[in-house]
Design a protein around this ligand. Structure first.
Ligand code: AMP
Ligand code: TRP
Length: 333
């Protein structure tokens, strides 16, 4: 049985990085159809590990669901649901905490980064975040987890916890494989191409948001930081800005980086940037149009998420009961 599991946090406007590094990959996997179950969720329990506004969160949950569908996920081919609506996620997250060590959680780079940014204090759930994520994955006995490069370390921990659980309590979990795309796994900031494009970047023009309009996209790409040698060549180390734009255009059009280098070898940066902007616009405008109509059809969206949560709960409960039995908690019935 092959199960794919993945999720994204509903923590704000999504960027082109989220699309190219994650959602696009989910849609491609769906369309290949080489799986038995494909669980895609909105990771709202992860979004409360840093400070947030409840009304905003609630809005973002629906928006992310609509966006998944607008990007091409099909509710008949994947199980789409909200993480907190399947209570087994929180429960397995807690159970797995008993086999996760504080030291290994403190070593997570995302924890170290996010910890620095907290003004109200660092919540204990920020530390245990990767354990909840391991639970999300193991609850469905995932064989494969598509994510962007920044989630690789969390996935390694999920594998470690699965192995540790199996050794301690007997064979229970599959060891999940990460699926990280080579091109597009890390889209960089337009203003500092040595940093990843992030939805929490305070500089608005550092990221293309999936709801940016045509002119905003053109302006942001035109002001993207490059270099002064005038060559359109992929060289991550010496030309991170141009390399990032080549990656973006390649992911948006499907044309290889080598072919783009050849096509633009006699062009200036201005013309190249215009072409990059158009490739993004051609990709995003149709998604934006679908997105609004899906978001406005409240009843249909609710039905999809209700059905998804019901189906997910069924699988999740099976695993959770087994986990509790093996761990010796509760009574055996
Ligand atoms: P997040 O926004 O951190 O919830 O990430 C959602 C998904 O998008 C994860 O699979 C990330 O790895 C992926 N992702 C986020 N930012 C980028 C980026 N700049 N480039 C590629 N993938 C990304
Ligand atoms: N932590 C992931 C992110 O920030 C989201 C996520 C939560 C996830 N649970 C998951 C991704 C399980 C894959 C599988 O992007």
């Amino acid at each position: 049985m092959k199960t794919i599991v993945t999720g994204i946090q509903p923590s704000g406007r999504l960027t082109l990085g989220n699309y190219l590094g994650a959602i696009k990959n989910f849609v491609e996997l769906q369309n290949k159809g080489e799986y038995d179950e494909f669980m895609v969720f909105i990771a709202d329990l992860h979004a409360i590990t840093v400070s947030y506004q409840p009304t905003e969160l609630r809005k973002h949950i629906r928006e992310l669901a609509a966006l998944y569908l607008a990007c091409g996920l099909d509710e008949n081919k994947v199980t789409l649901f909200v993480q907190s609506e399947v209570h087994q996620h929180a429960e397995i997250g807690y159970l797995l905490q008993s086999i996760a060590y504080i030291g290994e959680l403190e070593r997570m780079t995302q924890y170290k980064d996010k910890k620095q940014k907290q003004v109200e204090g660092v919540s204990s759930s920020l530390l245990t975040y990767p354990v909840l994520m391991a639970g999300d994955i193991l609850l469905y006995n995932a064989s494969c987890v598509p994510v962007g490069l920044d989630q690789k370390q969390h996935l390694e921990l999920a594998r470690t916890l699965a192995e540790r659980f199996n050794n301690k309590f007997g064979e229970t979990f599959n060891i999940p494989e990460p699926l990280i795309k080579k091109v597009g796994a890390k889209i960089m900031s337009l203003q500092d191409p040595t940093k990843k494009m992030s939805k929490s970047d305070p500089l608005e023009k550092a990221a293309i948001y999936l709801d940016d309009d045509e002119n905003t996209i053109r302006k942001k790409i035109a002001s993207a930081v490059t270099d002064s040698d005038g060559l359109i060549k992929y060289d991550e180390k010496n030309k991170p800005g141009i390399s990032n734009l080549l990656t973006i255009m390649s992911c948006c059009t499907g044309e290889s980086i080598a072919s783009l280098e050849e096509r633009f070898k006699n062009s200036g940066y201005g013309d190249f940037k215009k072409a990059v902007a158009e490739s993004i616009i051609n990709l995003l405008i149709p998604i934006q149009q679908k997105y609004l109509s899906i978001l406005n059809d409240k009843e249909k969206l609710d039905k999809i998420l209700d059905d998804g949560a019901m189906k997910a709960s069924y699988f999740a409960q099976k695993t959770l009961s087994k986990v509790k039995r093996k761990m010796g908690v509760g009574r055996v019935k």
